[in-house]
Design a binder for this molecule. Sequence first.
Ligand code: ZN
Length: 279
Amino acid sequence: MGLAERNGGFVTRADLTHLRVPQGGTRRVIDSSRGIWNPRDMDATLSVVSSPSGPYPDREVEGGLFHYSYRAGSINGDNTKLRQALNLGVPIILLRKVRDGIFVPYAPVYVVEDLLERREFLLALDDDARLLGRGFDALPQRSYVERLVRQRLHQADFRGRVIAAYESQCAVCRIRHGQLLDAAHITADSDEQGLPYVSNGLSLCKIHHAAFDSDLLGITPQYEIQIAHMLLEEVDGPMLRHGLQEMHGTALTTPSRKKDQPDRDRLEVRYSQFLLRAS
Ligand SMILES: [Zn+2]
């Protein structure tokens, strides 16, 4: 998880293939081709991969628990060790594939139900959700936990997807430290569902995110950075001078993939708001 933080909320397949472990050396944490990794030297599954099929993982978190389908074929086979994680109560890692070779990790995750008739396992993504196993259908907290789990998935998927698209750098100052990066929304995420498309996001460091959100920094639809006049006229220390004033008129760093680039129509709306507030 520390590695994911350093990257800005995601890990690559290469990271997962040779993950450094505290005992020394490296360990594989993902299967080379299948969605379930059952190391021979372990009694239970170590990780499972899920690929969000649509933009909203809602069905996946019905009832506050994550629905994970059996691996096709026999109900046993690869599924046996995942069932064993349930029996032993040992945690596993859930890897959400947000784009090719890029995963957002969740750990510890617990297998809390084995629904043989639906050929699904139910996974708890946190301790609260762990209480939602069989027999707790009437629990009033269920819808609350469901909303929290859904929000957490949306936010983490969005952050991983956006920051990976910008190769873990700030679109304004290009600082490369995942711990300092956020996935900012161009159009505010007031709706619970949000708009989890990379083109509605910007990878921004904490200071540039806050400056963008408060209209001290604007971005034109032509991807040019503008700093509010108020700040341009101020005299202060190096953060103001180098971090903000010198960014005025420079070009935004954008993702290489066309469809990941910031949506110009959304930027135009945001930029007119900046002009209004900055004048
Ligand atoms: Zn920055």
